[in-house]
Design a protein around this ligand. Structure first.
Ligand code: SAM
Length: 278
């Protein structure tokens, strides 16, 4: 059985390839690539000579069985995409799934990925995030998708075309509100790298003034929705407590109020102490 290596390639700056990636691309028996032309240019830059096989969204299902057979007969293979990490909005998922079904060892290499590079530089929370890839093309589906993300509390990563940037920001403003914080990471690792941060409203003003915004590659990072504090106690609860405490002890009044209003009595007690209404 051969090994299947997952090899990320640079997303702009060629120096972002790792020594290990170059070594693997030199020593495997075949390189499976999303785009033979791009990968040939990359291999030339690093004087790598190897055999290239194609795997793209059109031929992925058909070619997978063929490549599994090559692996099963003992050849080592590496999968690369046009740029960045294979399988992240690029082909490879089916091949990797089938590799596991056939007991072929999958060896992942770390490396360039626009989503991860952009979120790290976003200045937005990175402890919890969700990656949503590209939004749907159709207007209705796109609106539905953004609406479904409105209450998402994790930071959201989107890939977007610069031509649709203004349209997408307008939808975000309409659905998520003017104050939603956004980072637009454009052309990261490239000569015209540009990172803009602000509320969706502020960014809409800046991008309208900038003709270069319609070009290049873009990753959008959206801050998560603010969590609603579940422990906020409505004022009617305190009114009920005040009425009850006129006729009974504080402890009993808290217990009954908590029961009537379905609140935790300890939380209610703490809030009553804070409000100084005992
Ligand atoms: N597999 C790739 C990865 O790991 O990043 C992503 C492939 S996806 C087809 C291409 C999209 O990634 C672009 O349209 C853009 O949204 C984003 N992207 C790629 N390179 C970028 C860069 N240098 N700066 C900002 N976004 C980039």
């Amino acid at each position: 059985m051969g090994l299947l290596y997952i090899v990320p390639t640079p997303i702009g700056n060629l120096l972002d390839i790792t020594y290990r990636s170059i070594n693997i691309l030199k020593k495997v028996d075949f390189i499976i690539t999303e785009n033979i032309k791009y990968t040939s240019i990359l291999l030339n830059q690093f004087s790598i000579k190897n055999k290239l096989l194609s795997l793209n969204i059109v031929n992925e299902r058909k070619k997978t069985n063929q490549y599994i057979d090559i692996l099963k007969s003992g050849n080592n293979m590496a999968i690369v995409s046009k740029a960045g990490t294979p399988t992240i909005n690029d082909p490879g998922y089916i091949l990797i799934k089938y590799a596991y079904h056939n007991n072929i060892r999958v060896v992942p290499l770390p490396g360039a990925c626009a989503a991860i590079t952009a979120i790290c530089a976003s200045g937005l929370k990175t402890n919890r995030f969700c990656y949503e890839g590209f939004l749907p093309n159709k207007k209705k589906k796109c609106e539905t998708k953004i609406s479904s993300l409105r209450k998402e509390t994790r930071t959201i990563i989107l890939y977007e075309s610069p031509k649709r940037l203004e349209y997408t920001l307008k939808l975000i403003k309409k659905i998520m509100g003017v104050q939603r914080k956004i980072t637009i990471a454009k052309e990261i690792t490239k000569k015209w790298e540009n990172i803009q941060r602000g509320t969706v409203e502020q960014l809409l003003l800046t991008i309208n003034d900038n003709i270069y915004c319609k070009k290049g590659e873009i990753t959008i990072i959206i801050s998560g929705a603010k969590k609603k504090n579940k422990n906020i106690i409505p004022s009617r609860v305190f009114r009920i407590f005040k009425i009850l405490k006129k006729n009974t002890s504080n402890t009993t009044a808290i217990k009954i109020t908590a029961k009537i209003c379905r609140f935790n009595k300890n939380i209610l007690y703490n809030e009553i102490i804070k409000k100084n209404i005992l």
